[in-house]
Ligand binder design. Sequence first.
Ligand code: SF4
Length: 458
Amino acid sequence: MTKAQTQAVAKARSAVAAKEAKKPVPRVGIVSLGCPKALVDSERILTKLRAEGYEISGSYEGADVVLVNTCGFLDSAKKESLDAIGEALRENGKVIVTGCMGVEESRIREIHPGVLSVTGPQQYEAVVDAVHQVVPPRHDPFVDLVPPQGIKLTPRHYAYLKISEGCNHRCSFCIIPSMRGDLVSRPAAEILYEAERLVVAGVKELLVISQDTSAYGVDIRYAESLFARKKIKARMTELCAELGNFGAWVRLHYVYPYPHVDELMPLMAEKKILPYLDIPFQHASPSVLKAMKRPANDQKVLDRIQRWRKEVPELTLRSTFIVGFPGETEQDFDYLLQWLEEAQLDRVGCFKYEPVEGASANALPGAVPEELKEERWHRFMQAQQAISAKRLQAKVGRTIEVLVDEITAKGAICRSHADAPEIDGTVIVANARTLKPGALAKVKVEKADAYDLYGKLA
Ligand code: SF4
């Protein structure tokens, strides 16, 4: 192009930009419910909209339209989703619904006939199209800047990294495979480029998520892809080794206890990834696990936990369990409590079994009465609280590394290698109010309660 042509193009561009600038900026509000996987879906939708010139509104009044990304996993989550849709309709009036509960369109429309559009999970294009219908984009490629790492709904210093979608298991209490389909893994290079962009943008902790992290790559036969001129296999161990090179904390969620999880121990010992595993065991009694269609063998798992701890003594294990599953007898429950005592897990969540609509477990005999579920839940929590408190108490006197999440009047609210955001405890550091969120610090632990640690800068 000649200089004159370049100038003419620039002039035309600024004329377009000036015309577009006179139009009001379209604004989208978002209510994002559910798990970190749904949060990543919300981030993808917002990144796309932001690239088209939309702004994100933090309030109902400031938004031209509100997206509600719903969760449909449990009945309580469905209720929360329906309530959120109702609130958005009352406060704003223009509401687009997406996410896991979107598969129940007729139920949503029956309760909230005023919603403008309903789509299921991961239907990014359909959601963006629905937004276009309500409030068209004011597109200006010269002023619409999207940060290269995309739009993140988590604080700037940590981000969820979704490595696959869907699941090949068919646990009898779960309807996720029917909502999200079979496992679909992302190529390793695509994940690594995303992780690299996030770290360059200031992210200090990468939280690896999926429905089943240890199955990563099975569907694409561990295909290799090219990252920084190196062929990387789409396999959990290889991916984690590469993620560990970015210098950020790498935390693994939703790991199924397959044998190859053992391969992660050397990476933890070398401090490439955090010594932390979130493994949803769900139960320990062999007959309940069988009814749940979970292949894990309780005794083998206990042996492996012991071996892992020998190799990585500071390993933190987090898990979730379900009590009151159909057919769970008093013996099954006692077995679970005994297993818990032997496993000495650090962090544990427990749910009372809920018959989720569409789950095959609902057809199983031996429904446990609600009062009994409640009673077992309390006994379970009491037993685990004593274990967690003892394990936290053992940290008093040690010096640990923490990441600062926020500064409050109480001091810096931080997390250690053992604490995932939102679900685990925190480390409260009274004399660290001058630190900024995202900073790393060394802290001497002085006190512990059932969930949190308290300390001073070392
Ligand atoms: S592993 Fe089981 S509980 Fe987890 S998503 Fe797959 S089917 Fe559901």
